[in-house]
Ligand binder design. Structure first.
Ligand SMILES: [Zn+2]
Length: 281
């Protein structure tokens, strides 16, 4: 079932056991717009079935928030104009050349071009994959794009992100809602999970400009302003304590800066910022 945020905004919650991210739906008087295509044909079909139950205007647009497989592999199922920023387009361009038979999938996994989870999802949730080829996006933008769905303005923007360089957000200013995709998360490089420390404050600054009150995240579904602010405060406090590759020094700094020890979230973030220092060193 779709969750309703307002009369014109809905989302299909994330489903972690199937590596399915949150998918969004916004409609105006004329058209509907979808945020993210789902991780497979089956995920996309499940979403389309739910959309059919609502009486909303036709789906004319789809925005892919970034070039991670779980957000775009369902895109062939939608008869919509697919919109991406130019960096995401570059990533999808590579996937368009992929074949989806078992032998090819195994090859991509063994050469680290694809995760094991991705291969399993494709095998289980994309039928007729012997002949499957990913379609092309239709509309490529650089930094910003505004779409009017009929008395409903959506703003697409490529922003600073600790997750990927190609993160697009979709905000609906009139409703104080923003779809963040995965942009506020960390990332994994050389098996190390880290948050890009240098991009944390620019990202918080970019997202704060939306003056949003509801935030939809790729693998969390919805956060209100208090939850989002707490997340930023914990991340910022953790980041301030990390100046080197020493976890011990970071924990000491945290205590002296905050007059208390870090909570579990903060410890997780401190470790991720230390990993970022390790990757830079
Ligand atoms: Zn992602």
């Amino acid at each position: 079932m779709l969750n309703k945020i307002s009369d014109s905004i809905y989302y299909l919650p994330n489903q972690d056991d199937k590596e399915r991210p949150t998918l969004g739906l916004i409609h105006g008087d004329q058209y509907s717009l979808i945020i993210d295509a789902g991780n497979s044909s089956q995920h996309a079909k499940d979403f389309l079935l739910e959309i059919e139950k609502l009486e909303v205007p036709p789906v004319k647009y789809m925005v892919i928030t970034h070039g991670h497989w779980d957000h775009f592999l369902g895109m062939n199922e939608f008869d919509a104009t697919v919109i991406v920023n130019s960096l995401t387009n570059g990533i999808i361009e590579k996937w368009k050349g992929y074949s989806f038979d078992d032998q090819s999938l195994q090859k991509y996994v063994s050469t680290n071009q694809m995760s094991d989870m991705c291969m399993k999802t494709i095998q289980n949730e994309i039928p007729n994959r012997e002949n499957f080829k990913l379609r092309s996006p239709d509309l490529i933008f650089e930094n910003m794009l505004t779409i009017d769905l009929g008395n409903k303005i959506c703003k697409l923007e490529r922003i600073n992100s600790t997750h990927t360089d190609d993160s697009t957000t979709v905000s609906i200013p009139e409703e104080k809602v923003v779809f963040l995709g995965d942009c506020a998360y960390g990332t994994t490089t050389n098996s190390l999970f880290h948050y890009k420390q240098s991009l944390l404050l620019p990202m918080i600054n970019d997202i704060s400009k939306y003056n949003a009150e509801k935030f939809i995240l790729g693998h969390e579904s919805i956060c209100d302003l208090n939850e989002m602010n707490l997340y930023w405060e914990e991340l910022t406090a953790a980041s301030k304590a990390v100046k080197s590759i020493s976890l011990e020094d970071a924990l000491k700094s945290f205590k002296s800066q905050n007059n208390r020890g870090p909570n579990d979230n903060e410890i997780f973030f401190i470790k991720a910022f230390v990993n970022d220092q390790i990757l830079k060193s």
